[in-house]
Design a protein around this ligand. Structure first.
Ligand code: FAD
Ligand code: FES
Length: 423
């Protein structure tokens, strides 16, 4: 029988052995955790480096391959995507390589259309990923007169594309432009919100995320009237099936008899933030919105009410007012708040007051019946270039290509003091 002394000694020895074992296990765990952390850090830096390198290559190719002025493109394919929505595949007539673009950018077309007194300028978003370097693709909805004005003329450019332009025809195109673009170096999750044909720039974004193997969480909320207007239904189903990080949520506001909830679409009614909130749960996403101006205004207001910071909300409207994606420059805001700034449209013989809520000079001109040509309304196509007779302007955001000295891009310019324009 062991005495108390032996038992006590045995316990002390066992305790020491256990303590050593615990400390060894602890050290080993610590080393394992450290090496896991090191591996995660290394992977993070490897991914960042790969993203930055890819972005630098894209910039280099843009510089090398972009063009100024107009370039001829041949229509190589027309593909119906939905009722009144057709994709046009375009290849450069000179067969030289195409520059890449940022997902979300658009092309500006200068069209010679019979019966039109002068060339018609229109912008169409690039709807395919820039990783596709053989062709550009635009997807265009044909516009009828508004229901309340059935005798008004049909959309000039969209009907020309759909009805007159055939495979083999050529069109004149300016290089890709636009600032409504997906940041390919970011790893923040994205929520894309589209109304109708506003799907096109978001389609380029989601296709690029899929094609580049980008695994950031991506949700596309897409609202249409009903099944016949649901463009690329099969393509979106494939994307969601093949990419676990990509999720598509579809809304039909006016379902047709054959449309089945849960099979063809997920929610009845308009695409709305109430559902976006329910689905996402948290708002740490970058939001990209494109569609008709009233839809954009509602979605932005609801996102802001939810608490999404303005810098994470990006939007592009296909028409109407200039998109104010940036705050007013401080000088213009201060000057405009202190007192209205006088803007003279010299050739039209009109002098009017500008205040910050009047928007860009193009919006101010239209509000006072002064006609200025425009294309993109976002500072990229150069159509609204207007000569300055005296005074200075600021810009709502950096122009796609800087205007000539002594002139301004009226769609994104605001006066920084009294201004006289040759308009
Ligand atoms: C950056 C950007 C990207 C864009 N991307 C796309 C895209 O990817 N896909 C796309 O389909 N569109 C896109 N658009 C819109 C496109 O540029 C055109 O505005 C659109 O195709 C309409 O042009 P249109 O010449 O066919 O119509 P317009 O001739 O400009 O007419 C517009 C509407 O007004 C009606 N109308 C004409 N005259 C009158 C009148 N006197 N009284 C009442 N109504 C009248 C027409 O019937 C038509 O419904 C984009 C626009 C921008 C700014
Ligand atoms: S309308 Fe295109 S730059 Fe102003």
């Amino acid at each position: 029988m062991p005495g108390w002394l032996e038992i006590g000694g045995g316990l002390i020895l066992a305790g020491a052995v256990a303590q050593t074992a615990i400390s060894l296990i602890g050290n080993a765990r610590g080393r394992l955790n450290r090496s896991r952390r090191d591996a995660a850090d290394a992977e993070f830096f490897r991914r960042r480096a790969a993203l930055m390198l890819r972005a630098a290559e894209v910039e280099r190719d843009k510089q090398l391959l972009s063009w100024t002025g107009l370039r001829k493109f041949t229509v190589t394919l027309k593909e119906e995507e939905a009722k009144d929505v057709v994709s046009f595949y375009l290849e450069p007539h000179d067969r030289k390589p195409l520059p890449p673009f940022d997902p979300g950018q658009f092309l500006t077309f200068q069209l010679r259309i019979p019966d039109q007194p002068k060339p018609v300028i229109r912008c169409y978003s690039l709807s395919e990923t820039p990783l596709e370097r053989e062709y550009y693709r635009v997807t265009i909805k044909r516009l009828d007169p508004p229901p309340n004005e059935p005798s008004a003329p049909r959309g000039v450019s969209s009907n020309f594309f759909h009805e007159a332009l055939a495979v083999g025809d050529t069109v004149d195109v300016r290089a890709p432009g636009g600032v409504f673009t997906l940041d390919m170096t970011s790893e923040r999750p994205v929520a894309l919100i589209a109304g109708g044909v506003g799907i096109t720039p978001l389609l380029s974004m989601v296709n690029t995320i899929a094609a580049s193997g980008d695994d950031r969480e991506t949700w596309l909320f897409y609202g249409v009237l009903g099944g016949s207007g649901h463009a690329m239904r099969a393509h979106f189903a494939d994307l969601a099936r093949d990419h676990p990080n990509i999720h598509i949520v579809t809304f039909y506001s006016d379902p047709e008899p054959d449309d089945r909830l849960g099979e063809h679409y997920d929610y009845e009614g308009r695409c709305r933030v109430e559902i976006v909130r329910e689905v996402l749960g948290v708002q740490n996403y970058d939001f990209y919105i494109c569609g008709p101006p009233p839809m954009i205004a509602t979605v932005i207001a609801d996102l802001e009410e939810w608490g999404v910071p303005g810098e994470r909300i990006h939007s592009e409207a296909f028409s109407a007012k200039t998109i104010q994606s940036a705050p007013l420059p401080a000088a213009a805001k201060a000057a405009g708040e202190a007192a209205a700034i006088e803007v003279c449209f010299d050739r039209s013989g009109k002098t009017v007051d500008w205040r910050p809520d009047a928007g860009a000079l193009l919006d101010l001109a239209e509000a006072h019946g002064v006609r200025l040509d425009f294309g993109c309304r976002s500072g990229s196509c150069g159509t609204c270039l207007t000569a300055i007779k005296s005074g200075e302007v600021d810009y709502l955001h950096r122009p796609g290509s800087p205007p000539e000295a002594g002139s301004c891009l009226a769609c994104i310019a605001v006066p920084s003091g009294p201004l006289v324009l040759d308009a």
